[in-house]
Design a protein around this ligand. Sequence first.
Ligand code: PMP
Length: 354
Amino acid sequence: MPRFRSILDTMPPYRPGKAVAAADGRSYKLSSNESPYDPLPSVVEAVAAGARQVNRYPDPAAVALTEAIAERFGVPAGHVALGAGSVTVAQQLFETVGEPGVEVVYAWRSFEAYPLLADLAGATSVRVPLAGEDHDLDAMAEAINDRTRMVFVCNPNNPTGTAIRRAELEAFLDRVPGDVLVVLDEAYREYVRDEDVPDGLTLYRDRPNVCVLRTFSKAYGLAGLRVGYLIGHEPVAEAVRKTMVPFAVNHLAQVAAVASLRAEGELLERVERVVKERTRVREALLAQGWTVPPTEANFVWLRLGERTLDFAAACAVEGVAVRPFAGEGARISIGDPEANDAFLTAAAAFRAQL
Ligand code: PMP
C-alpha cells in the first residue's frame, strides 16, 4: 500500500454542486453560483481560434491577459498574478505562507475550499464563527497572534451573501499587523450594488499587506475554463507567481479571458439582469415568510438547520439543484427567470408544509 500524508485521512472532500432533474426532465442547476447565460459568441470565437494552437504550450507569463487586467483596473502589470481559477490562486496563497505552526484566520462558515487549502499547505486553520450571517471582524482581529500569517476575508461572503461595509473593513485592516497578509476574496464583486461595500482595489493601494482575489468564473461566465487572478503589491504578486505550477493557466482560458474583458459591457449587462432577479427572488422569499439575509452576490442563503437536506430534496422534485450545508442551510444561485420560478415554487411548497 502506498503511504500518504496523514492529513489526507482527516480532510473533508470538496463537494461540488450536482445537477438534478424533475420527473418531467426539467433541470435547473442553482448549486454552483455559475452564470446562467451561454458564452458570448465573441468569446466562443476566440476560443475556437485559440484551439488551433493547442499543440503549443500556453504563454507561461500570460502577458496579454496580465496586461489586459492591469489596464482594465488601472494597476501596474507587476501587481497582477494569475491562476487556474481563483481557488488555485488561493491555493498558491496558502502555499506562500503555509508551514507547520503557521495560522490562517478566516470566518466560518465561508468558502469551503479554505480549510482544504490550509490542510494541504500544512497550515493551521483558525475559524472564527460568523456573527449571525456576517463576518465578526472584531473576533477575527482578536484571533490574530504571532503565528498568524494570513487572513481571508470573503466579501461578499460565500455562502451567506452578506457584505462588509467600508468603515468596518477599514477599521479591521488598521488592526491587522503589517506582516500578516489580508486576502480580500471578491469572487462576487461584480454583483455588489450597495455603495458602502468597498471595492478591495481601493483598499489595497495604500496597504502593502492587502491583496484582492477575483475570478472570471462568475460574472464573466468562464467557470469551465478556470482562470482567476490576484491584484496585490509586487512582493505579494511575485510570491504567488512563484507558487504557480508552470503553464497552469491554459491557452484557451487566456484567450477567453482577454475576449471577455473586451466584451465586458455585454457581460455586465447580464450581471445587471442577475441582480434584478436577485431582488425579485429575495422579495418573493420574504413574501413567502422566509428570513433571507441581504445578499450582494449571485445567490441567496436560507438558514434551515435540521431541515436543510429535506429542503434540498424538495427543490430537487422541481428539478432545482441547490447547495445544502447539512444542519446549517442552503445556498441557492440566482439563475434565469424560469429557473428562479421553479425554485420559488419549491420554496413556497416547502414553506406551506412547515
Ligand atoms: N472564492 C469564492 C468566495 C468562491 O465562492 C469561489 C467559487 N465558488 C472561488 C473563490 C473560486 O472560484 P474559481 O476557482 O472558479 O475562480
